[in-house]
Design a protein around this ligand. Sequence first.
Ligand code: 5AD
Ligand code: SF4
Length: 452
Amino acid sequence: MNVYDSDRMQAILNAKGFRSEAELRKADVILINTCSIRDKSEQKVLSLLGELKGLKQKDPKKVIAVSGCVGQRMGRTLLQRVPHLDLVLGPDAIDRVGDLIENVVNRGERLVEAKFDEDGRSYSQPCVVNRAKPSEFLTIMKGCDHFCTYCIVPFVRGREKSRSVDEIITDVKNLVSKGTKEVTFLGQNINTYGKGTGQKLSQLIEAANEVEGLERIRYVTSHPRDLGEDLINQFGSISKLCPALHLPFQAGSDRILKAMSRLYTQELYLKKVELLRKACPDIALSTDVIVGFPGETEKDFEETLKVLANVKFSSAFMFKYSPRPGTKAADFGDEVPEIVKEERLARAQQVVYSQIEKENLKYRNTVVSVLVESMDKKKKFFSGRTPHSKLVHVMNVGDASVGKIIDVEITDTNVSCLKGFYVGAPKTNIQFNSFERGIESSFSASLSPTLH
Ligand code: 5AD
Ligand code: SF4
């Protein structure tokens, strides 16, 4: 969601005549978009702000701004704590970023804009991108009405509000006309899209499936309790819906799930997995896991390992619990020691990574369909994803170009990606090691193996 918000702010600023500057030193405005989901991300923001102090001292006219969830959470406190900061804006002020920066520049005032926009049950936010990428995110709702006890999101993104199906489909068509082939709908708790408006996520997926020129549809993030039968069955029946779903389970122990206020049990989660695999046998499931939630015992944690072993996820984002100010769990006490969290994280990662390595091995000598998302500057390599969200690096370019969907024969795999040759194009004999070094130096971070 922050990638989307950053793109959006960039487009708004470009329309106002700002242009990107790669060198921090030379920029007139430095805008830091932030995440507050864990303490570590907040600490990174504060330390970056510390590093910018010297630049501001040298050039007092430089504008330094913080947007996003840290801005929302800390508001005026952040402005007081960081004297060289000029502007703080929360996620709901993103659309006004251009005016706010202009106000700072023109009036020389330091500003905070961190109020939620609470008018009405729906909100409108037409897409403003200038140049569409082959794969684009699209926000369809904001906020979250669940209050999982560990989570800061409801406090920094407010209550759920959905855009209308019509407005979203207009955006999809607009993106497609600019070259987009794949769209990923975004919402903190996307399965309840349309709540209070009479519209449902399954209707939006059906409508998007009809958009000519759109090839792939995805959505994140689902909540196991809210993932209804209509959505599950679409994985077997909607042709453009990719066979991949991110379904966080967070913890395997029912006791911990209850303390997290997740509103499901391990049994219900596994039932949803069973139904998904019945509807779409080869569906690739990914998940989020938190280890070391307050009071998590070794026995509780073993339940998490059990779910990981049982489901065999295609990818998993695993985190050490981080107390967030104002959330219920922050007052639970009974913190799991850091060293235990680290050890549990390593054990969970080991289970998942060895499963993924094995899963990826099965792709060798098969042909997969890849949407080309990125090509190195010298046009020697390209990368993209399969419908199952596997990252693929390809070594012979032929007539491939960004935005094309092509067949790739997989010849090598590891835990983070598949590698192979574009079927039909002349083969190169680049060694994988040099290929990987090339990839590292040539590709932008936008194609890192993780999606979040
Ligand atoms: N500590 C650790 N991980 C968290 N997440 C959310 N809040 C916390 C927290 N306080 C994780 C959850 C969520 C993902 C986006 O971040 O797993 O699904
Ligand atoms: Fe946070 Fe997701 Fe729970 Fe909402 S459903 S409170 S975003 S973890």
